[in-house]
Design a binder for this molecule. Structure first.
Ligand code: NDP
Length: 291
């Protein structure tokens, strides 16, 4: 029977560490890390996420600002806000909540964020950095997964890792991070032939699909580490992951639950990225003063 990885507990530990580090950083520099969260429209799920982010900022002692813009906001107006935030010295991290309404190009907006404030890690500069192994920021969910794996004491070197899903926000970045830790990585997607035969090879299986309970016991190798990224709302209102937990848990060595696995790590890593952004700014200005 698998050990269940407690994402709530690990995320709480990380928030405690960030709060302590932010306090020490403030004592040394007088700077309070600041995060701006921009929400366009009234998508209920997005409103919940934005609320959680503000709450986490308060918990770790960050400055947090929310910008709630109406659904009909123009692209030019949003670009102008991003431009102001790029120049705002009190703000170290900028997060634009996705998805955006259709009149706004997500690509253009992400590209307009200063890469040094791109705490979501979605700017092409940071995506490129992830490929070459030196990003300023790693996207929060994949970074959270790596932290869960590291803090559980799982060594990835030489392991077969299989990622199901190839999105820009989860599948592709997690595959690159696993590769950087010397796993042998396979990425699967909706056109993969005979998916179970591929997933059964995995020592570490990451499910980032968006299909409730799709990963069944016959798709998992005995003793595998199973990380479930999926968050799916069932008809009865309950949340379910992409993994059939009851079937798979008896076969796995470690498994993350939904909720309470990867989910809480995402916001904890956003706090960590924002602290890093504030620290990077200080080291950059020190560098400038030295030359
Ligand atoms: P996307 O919809 O962007 O990507 C889903 C991926 O799964 C695609 O690459 C798709 O393949 C693949 N896929 C779909 N159906 C199948 C199938 N039958 N067999 C194999 N592959 C398949 O989703 P995201 O990556 O954004 O999110 C994935 C899940 O993770 C969702 O449930 C989401 O809610 C959750 N999530 C959770 C977060 C958290 O904080 N816990 C954060 C972000 C996401 P193809 O490319 O061929 O279409």
């Amino acid at each position: 029977m698998a050990a269940v990885i407690d994402g709530n507990k690990i995320a709480q530990n990380i928030r405690n560490e960030v709060r302590q580090s932010a306090l020490e950083f403030k004592e040394k520099t007088g700077i309070v890390p600041g995060l701006a969260v921009v929400l366009v429209g009234e998508d209920p799920a997005s409103q919940v996420y934005v609320g959680k982010k503000a709450k986490a900022c308060a918990e770790v002692g960050f400055l947090s600002r929310e910008y709630k813009l109406p659904a009909e906001t123009s692209e030019a107006k949003l670009l102008s806000l991003i431009n102001d935030l790029n120049k705002d010295h009190l703000i170290h991290g900028i997060l634009v909540q996705l998805p955006l309404p259709e009149q706004i190009s997500t690509e253009k907006i992400i590209a307009a964020i200063d890469p040094h404030k791109d705490v979501d890690g979605f700017h092409p500069y940071n995506v490129g950095g992830l490929v070459t192994g030196s990003p300023l920021f790693i996207p929060c969910t994949p970074r959270g997964i790596m932290e869960l794996i590291a803090r559980t004491g799982i060594d990835l070197k030489g392991k077969e890792a299989v990622v199901v899903g190839r999105s820009n926000i989860v599948g592709k970045p997690i595959a690159l991070l696993l590769l950087a830790q010397h796993a042998t990585v396979t990425i699967c997607h909706s056109r993969t032939k005979d998916l179970p035969s591929v997933t059964r090879r995995a020592d570490v299986l990451i499910a980032a699909i968006g299909k409730p309970q799709m990963i069944k016991a016959n798709m998992v190798k005995e003793g595998a580490v199973v990380i479930d990224v999926g968050v799916n709302r069932l008809e009865n209102g309950k949340l379910a992951g992409d993994v059939d937990f009851n079937e798979v848990a008896p076969k796995a060595s470690y498994i993350t639950p939904v909720p309470g696995g990867v989910g809480p790590m995402t916001i904890a890593m956003l706090m960590k990225n924002t602290l890093d952004a504030a620290r990077n700014k200080v080291s950059k200005s020190k560098l400038r003063n030295n030359f």
